[in-house]
Design a protein around this ligand. Structure first.
Ligand code: 0RQ
Length: 505
């Protein structure tokens, strides 16, 4: 009978140690690569042991911090715990933790928010310095010493290549049936040596199921037994159900027009409650046998796989609630036939996204009347999460949709504003905007006609007249191509900061 345990390699027996012993290999001031992507596959034990060392140093009046590079967001026991003790010098490329958000916005932690497909090449180029240590969670190690990736791949291949030393956490709580689900591509290169990626279908495999690591790099193997921890999604509310219904109508219309096949094109769905709710909504629509080439697999996507709406998914990570995780573990034998997890520079690769013609659906903070989208900042200055993969997909998608309720904070904030207070996706990358009020299809429209569509279809009635008035006055008194009143363009944000509401007094 074949060995189904998660630590099959006898050669690493002398490297097995506690998290505390392993964390002692991480010096203050080092650059540390960690696995982890949207709350999955992050190391569970070494970060806590590192935090304990940092706290001890702090108690003695010393500063002990490291730079933390990941795939994307992790979980409170990594991002939150390290941020709490001010143990992070520079964090990149994506986070969504409330404690680390607060430290970044208080100026106590540097953060660099990067397109997720760009991270690996920026590290190869050395912009962040050299990676000293990487702490990587794996689901197991084969008898030959191959690493079975965990619930996320993210940047793990790059971290293992780039770091001087590797600490492995072997998590026996991760299902061993993950073995074989991954496709790790080892052909990436910097220009001029890049070759075309041979992916013409979301299920095409171009790599191998394992991560390779030269054994001499592995300095510690830490056994753990702890599940991924992710927050539950909010159940879809009336607004997200409306948004989902508009998306469904739009896709149905595109099929009728002959611009999309009946099985659509590969779906990409972003992070957050709205994106998850839209996936849930798709399950109630007329579509069957859809595909997905995306970044994360949320609860909503598992549901679509289960009910046959979607038949195959390529991603880089799971991002599941506790219920979602239980469902994955229960039916993993079925899901593994339908799911491929890849490195994030492949899941988010512009070449593949463009070739497959992905239908991108991402959440946003706000959009302006011309379709410039802010996905990351509150009132121009404070980061929420980060751009993540939204730019990789939006810029290269066949249809790029941005979704949001039309207002936030009980109506005090309009998500449709005269001018976006920060721009992640320009008007050129935004094809469709959807709020619970309706959908604006901006394709083929010049700026002033885009503005009219957005005001008429997406703005909340409480803000519609003020937006129309802004557009009319701007059109009467400024350049006519993309009219703005510069003295007023950000006055809605300024009013909110001063008076607690964007609504005119
Ligand atoms: O705050 O929960 O405190 O009330 O922002 O808003 O409406 O629940 O939306 O969960 O879908 O997240 C853009 C953040 C939307 C997400 C963003 C407040 C609102 C609420 C969340 P509360 P919702 P979602 C690939 C794709 C960037 C990364 C990305 C995101 C909270 O989609 O991080 O797309 N996107 N990656 O009240 C002030 C506004 C607001 C506002 C909303 N205009 N002003 N607050 N909120 N609009 C995957 C990866 O990259 C990993």
């Amino acid at each position: 009978m074949t060995d189904q345990s998660n630590l099959r390699c006898k050669a690493f027996a002398d490297k097995i140690m506690s998290a505390e012993e392993a964390a002692a290999f991480i010096p203050a001031g080092s650059n540390v690569g960690m696995s982890g992507f949207t709350g999955s596959g992050y190391p569970k034990a070494v970060p806590a042991a590192l935090v304990a060392r940092m706290s001890e140093a702090k108690a003695q009046g010393e500063r002990f911090a490291v730079s933390v590079w990941t795939g994307a967001s992790t979980a409170p026991e990594l991002d939150g715990a390290l941020a709490e003790v001010e143990g992070i010098d520079l964090r990149m490329p994506y986070q969504s933790d409330p404690v680390s958000r607060a430290k970044i916005n208080a100026g106590l932690m540097e953060y660099m928010d990067i397109h997720l497909s760009h991270v690996a090449q920026m590290v190869w180029e050395g912009f962040f310095g050299h990676m000293d240590v990487a702490v990587i969670e794996v689901a197991g190690i084969t008898a030959d010493g191959e690493l079975i990736p965990s619930t996320s791949v993210g940047n793990n291949k790059t971290w293992i290549d780039q770091a001087d030393k590797i600490i492995l956490e072997v998590n026996s709580a991760q299902p061993i049936e993950l073995e074989g689900m991954h496709d790790i591509y080892y052909g990436t290169a910097l220009p001029p040596d890049r070759l075309p990626l041979q992916i013409t279908d979301p299920m095409d495999r171009i790599g191998v199921p394992y991560l390779h690591c030269p054994p001499e790099k592995i300095i510690a193997v830490v056994p753990t037994n702890s599940p991924d921890r992710n927050s539950p999604f909010k159940p879809p509310d009336a607004d997200s159900k409306q948004i989902a219904a508009h998306v469904l109508d739009f896709l149905t219309h595109e099929v009728r027009k002959g611009r999309l096949p009946a099985s659509l094109l590969p779906l990409q769905s972003g992070v957050g409650n709205i994106a998850n709710a839209v996936l849930m909504g798709l399950g109630e629509g007329p579509f069957k046998g859809l595909t997905s080439y995306t970044e994360v697999i949320q609860d909503g996507m598992l549901e679509l796989l289960r009910n046959g709406t979607v038949s195959k998914v390529s991603a880089t990570a799971f991002s599941l609630s506790a219920d979602g995780l239980a469902e994955l573990n229960k039916n993993i034998a079925d899901y593994r036939k339908q799911i491929i997890l890849r490195p994030q520079e492949i899941s988010n690769h512009p070449e593949v996204i463009r070739r497959l013609g992905c239908l991108a659906m991402n959440g946003m903070i706000e959009a302006d009347i011309y379709g410039n989208v802010n996905s990351t900042h509150l009132m121009g200055s404070s980061i929420v999460n980060g751009i993540g993969g939204s730019g990789d997909f939006a810029r290269n998608a066949f249809i790029s949709m941005f979704l949001s309720p039309s207002t936030a904070k009980g109506g005090a904030i309009s998500c449709i504003v005269p001018m976006a207070s920060h721009v992640d996706h320009t008007e050129h990358d935004t094809h469709v905007i959807v709020t619970e009020q309706g959908l604006a299809d901006l394709r083929g429209l010049p700026p002033r006609r885009r503005a009219q569509q957005i005001i008429d279809h997406c703005a909340h009635p409480d803000y519609q007249a003020a937006l129309q008035d802004y557009l009319d006055r701007a059109t009467a008194s400024s350049g006519k191509h993309t009219p703005h009143l510069l003295g007023e363009a950000l006055s809605w944000h300024a009013r909110y900061l001063k008076e607690g509401s964007m609504l005119p007094a």
